[in-house]
Design a protein around this ligand. Sequence first.
Ligand SMILES: [Zn+2]
Length: 314
Amino acid sequence: MTITRLTFSGAGIERMAELRQLPEALAAAFAETETRFLPVWQSRCLVRDGFVADCRREELELVATGHETMVFLGRRAGRALFAVGLRGEAPPGGLPGATFLGLREIASQVSEPDAALLAYARAMILWQERHRHCGVCGAPNQPAEGGFVMACSDESCAQRCFPRIDPAVIVLVHRGEQCLLGRQASWAEGRFSTIAGFVEPGETLEEAVIREVREETDIVVADAVYLASQPWPFPSALMLGFHAEARSSDIRLNDGELIEARWLSRADIIAGRVSLPPPISIAFRLIESWFDQVPGPGLASLVADRAGAESRRA
Ligand SMILES: [Zn+2]
């Protein structure tokens, strides 16, 4: 039971962290004619004809406005890549055929490696933008080490902070022929997904799985098995995906995070009794890796057939 090829993973980039502490090497990489720039504006990335709009230097000058921040992302196919954070209220124009789009939209338009690359670029720019001031003394921070450090400008403080990710567990709970899915109040009617929540200080991932399932549904689980992880850059989560076996079956919604939770069989899912999370999410892939354990059509093909039927009806 494995999960591979998750959306927002597999950017195919060599990060070359060793260059971050070598200003001359970074400047040389920046100056190469083959170097490309990935503009990020208000959490949106630039896309052109279904591809990452990786701008040449002269193209960047067409879209770049005002003060920019810069992050050295690494090299892909030998070519140095920098993310560029653009300021301003109005979307920067100037590049024919290119549009700034949100990541969820982008994920359905570009290749998986490109979606992963843009998620990485956006996450770095967003982190810099949210750490403009020192969390210890409040003085302005300055980017350092290729953009991977935000350093306090007050020398007596000299606090340094590093790109932040927020670990969250996400778990498909199963019991015999059924799995446990829940629905948050803000979701569309009928939409159900796996149980998830942020890891708290002082607990292991396995403890977080047990706690989250108990808090949200009162179900007792054991034997949490790790399957896969997915960067979920909305804005900075890392989803850590598990399967876990339930040792109880009576659902009670304890913490108000869910408005409904249900045990669902494969037959319920085949019959379309609930709508599932989008296939780009690890939530879907966790459900799929449970569902596909019995012979028959896989969940991905079922969902694709249903989507096809709906678009023909529309
Ligand atoms: Zn400080």
